[in-house]
Design a protein around this ligand. Sequence first.
Ligand SMILES: Cc1ncc(COP(=O)(O)O)c(C=O)c1O
Length: 457
Amino acid sequence: MLHFCENSEQFKIGNRSLVSIYKEMVDTGLLEDEEDNFVVYSEQQVIENVNAYRTAFSKFGTDQRNLFGLSYAMKANYNTNLLKLLINSGVDHVTTVSGNELKIAEKFSEKLNGFVFNGTGKKLSELRKAQRVSKVTGKPVYINIDSEFDYDRIKLAIEDYENVKIMIRYNPDVTQMPNIHPYVATALANSKFGMNRTSCVAILKKMVDEGVKCSGIHTHLGSTISEISLFEQAVAAIKLLLGDCEEIGVDLHNFVVNIGGGLGIDYKRWIKNNVDEAPRTTYCTVEDLVEATSPLVALAKTNQMKLIFEPGRSLVGNTAVLCAKVIGTKQSSSGKHFLVSDISMNECIRPCLYSAYHHVAILSANRQNSPTNNFDVVGPVCESADFVGKSIPLSLTMDLQPSPVLIGVFDVGAYCGSMASNYNLRLRPIELMVSMDGKLDVIGQKESLTNVLSRFE
Ligand SMILES: Cc1ncc(COP(=O)(O)O)c(C=O)c1O
């Protein structure tokens, strides 16, 4: 959990200030170069995020373990130490979108109740991998049919449906997705994902005719959703499709309704007194999301159905901060201020990919009596798109010597590390976790140049 201590002006994870973590890393040689960037996670925050789902489920009675599943969408962050912690904390399924993700998830099968495999273009080899995982682990692998051709390919690759469960990916064609960047909306009429109700019904009929069992419905609206009405619309749409299923003769006993994640986190909650970037007031919570599915609960209980949520961002997004020493500041001829550090689009691509906001703050002292200027916070990558923040008001003196000035980019637990690249031959950073007792554990080594170059040998 990242705390901002107003009195001491320190950012802390548990009882460890980020500055003390940086100093320990420099002193112990964990940080190869003291200007290197690094990522720090909070174990406590990960556990709290999983508990938030479990607590919300428990409102539906003691049989919630049978009624609800929690499937972590590992595309958000595939750090295997994080994955292990999530599973030990109560995540019971893993959602995957590639054969390689399935391969990693398989390693944790003992503690899981099953896997979900999604994708608009699943290769035959990946479908066969799903078949193997279901056989070796004895746990269900739910494969979502994304299109007519996907259904044909699933039939081609899958020989044994004992533990491979086929679901249908329903795109409810939500007409508007307010406050959501089009690149992370997946349930609009022109989104590439899933099928509309008519196409789903056509496939469901085909499945009945061909004797292929449909085991569930999947839907995923998009990511960074803050309005509960969108989930309510999805649930209403799923109810209609469940009605279609009954009419067609699909057996709903032990059926699964799989609701893809999408719950946003409030990236702007750190902002105080900034008119241009005011924090939003309406942010639906995990509880709201679980509550939104209540119209399905009675039907689910009658048919021993399972409601599987598959969040990514809301489980891990707020668990990590990306830090580095400020390398320097400069001003353009037009007066624009730049803050340059080792944090770049390599490690945090969301701002330049879809104008996402990540909060940036100076973590260390050196702020007293410093003037506040609006900085573009940029990295060393040779692209003008290389920024993690635009016009961020920061109090910083231009004289950066002798004490190190640290900056942090917050909420980088989701879609930062997993989208990181080696562009400009930059190496992925070391990742650490502050444990519940304040210890610093390395959970991801800094990448080596030898590893990156090994594929060219
Ligand atoms: C099919 C599917 N399920 C779950 C997720 C997780 O979404 P989020 O990280 O927004 O919770 C995604 C991500 O876009 C997805 O594509």
